[in-house]
Ligand binder design. Structure first.
Ligand code: SAM
Length: 236
């Protein structure tokens, strides 16, 4: 299992240390254990947790050089993808993990404690409410969600957290091109601009994911995000 992780990360341009591998494998074991009682992931094969969760999460580091940034928020992190994986591998990052489901937050807190991770916090709440609070609004270099909603809704959740010149990095599948067409208006209204689309073959799978690298070029109007539920009911 450690070879799969090490070689896969290498294909993404990342050299994992022995400690990082040990921490990721402990995370995998705890995920499988907690998953018997809590609905955390539909993926239960060990190899697939490594490829489809861990290596897929690390693809953020392939799309953007994370060494240059400090504050990262993962909105709708679920069982910690990609934010918790990124914390293990990019120790210098201050990470905020957000999810609206408290049971998942309890799992994340346990992993953080067991692995002794520092400068990482969890918040139980909805993106729409948190992004209206001054302590979180436009405070992050990067917001990188995975598998939370369509790109238009996701832009309304995420761009308000990012300061000007920061990035909203959306991890998506092959549908990204279609989603981009319908989200163009939302991205513009919220102060973003698509800078790049990166194709990422996930090592040891036949999956090619796409990442949208969206730069924040203008402060987001205070009326966004709209109140909880609206961005998904009526995307911009
Ligand atoms: N990012 C993880 C992954 O890729 O495995 C989890 C994806 S899961 C499909 C979506 C997660 O987003 C859930 O854990 C859900 O509770 C959370 N979520 C959905 N809408 C949210 C919102 N408006 N604010 C915060 N969390 C939200």
């Amino acid at each position: 299992m450690d070879k799969l992780l090490k070689d896969g990360a290498k294909q993404l341009g990342i050299n994992l240390t022995d400690l990082q591998i040990e921490q990721l494998l402990e995370y995998k074991n705890l995920l499988l254990e907690w998953n018997k009682k809590l609905n955390l992931t539909a993926i239960t094969k060990e190899e697939e947790i490594i490829t489809k969760h861990f290596l897929d999460s690390l693809s953020v580091g392939y799309a953007i050089n994370l060494d240059q940034y400090k504050n990262l928020i993962d909105v709708g992190t679920g069982a910690g993808f990609p934010g918790l994986v990124l914390k293990i591998v990019y120790a210098h990052l201050n990470i905020t993990l957000v999810d609206s489901l408290n049971k998942r937050i309890l799992f994340l807190d346990t992993i953080i404690e067991k692995l002794g991770l520092k400068n990482i916090i969890t918040i139980h709440g909805r993106a729409e409410d948190l992004a209206q609070k001054s302590e979180y609004r436009e405070k992050f270099d990067i917001c990188c969600p995975r598998a939370v909603s369509n790109l238009s809704t996701l832009s309304e959740y995420c761009l308000p957290f990012v300061h000007n010149n920061g990035y909203f990095i959306a991890l998506k599948g092959q549908k990204l091109d279609d989603e981009l067409k319908t989200a163009t208006n939302a991205i513009k209204i919220l102060g973003g601009e698509v800078e790049n689309i990166v194709d990422i073959p996930i090592p040891f799978t036949d999956i090619v994911h796409k990442i949208a690298v969206i730069k924040k070029i203008k402060t987001t109007n205070k009326k966004y995000p709209r109140k909880a539920g609206e961005p998904s009911k009526a995307p911009l």
